[in-house]
Design a protein around this ligand. Sequence first.
Ligand code: GDP
Length: 294
Amino acid sequence: MFDKLRQKLSKTRELFSKIEQLFQSSRPQEEILDQLFELLVLADVGVATTEKIINGIKEKSKKSGSTDLKALLKQELISLLSQQSATVNETWPAVWMLVGVNGGGKTTSAAKLAYKYQSEGKKVMLAAADTFRAAAQEQLFLWGKKLNLPVIQGQAGADPASVVFDAVKSFKARNYDLLLVDTAGRLHTYANLMAELEKIKKVISRELPGAPQEIILVLDSTIGQNSIVQAREFNRFSGITGVFLTKLDGTAKGGSVLAVVEELKLPIKFMGVGETEKDLMEFSPESFVEALLS
Ligand code: GDP
């Protein structure tokens, strides 16, 4: 697993290898930290988060007297990424919503989660609540066919909340374990979209008390700092429990993971590292940092 993570993060690792080289130089610590600042910003960690990391290293170094900058950086990154618990709420039966802008990887991520839990013996069902885009429904339907699991769909243009209502009814009647609800990523305005998502959430909790157990924001890591802007919009919608960070395989912007956790105060729960249903990895701060700096 660890080797796979290292390999999938290879583009981001290229940037972090410059940090390793930097630590081997014999220049004064102050200069090295200035250079580290630049490299972290280049890796899309974001200025505010980078400042916090550098200050943390300085403080820890002063307190402990340690000059092992690599070890101090690792500690700092792990503690930053561990601010929120990445534990997934696996109480069954569960309804999870996936939210996020179109193109970020929502549908693919729903398929990955479906495959993961299906492989663990759970009965999984999908609901296509993006009734505004025929292509989105079609795509989820094809995933359902490939993974051999039911997909509840509505007519084009149908009220998404009514599709979800039908889906939860069927989910309960058939005694399934996990219902994954793929939602729309765009409406005329963000306010409309947020209202739509609230409505869906209300229907879910009315039909199944305690649900949705997870509301997962799907974010595209290749857009780096822009993912923070997007996430801020979605954070206006209440109850997001964590992030599924996608496309980490093709990007050097993996540093945005740190900005997501620090600036949005949301835990990363899953990582997308490819286009197939198998390309999902659970997030662990220790292995992520170890994979970048080892
Ligand atoms: P949606 O509009 O949010 O539902 O996004 P899709 O699930 O349709 O994904 C958009 C594109 O991103 C598709 O071409 C996916 O194959 C691709 N994609 C999704 N997740 C990943 C990932 O983790 N890695 C890579 N390389 N591509 C991904």
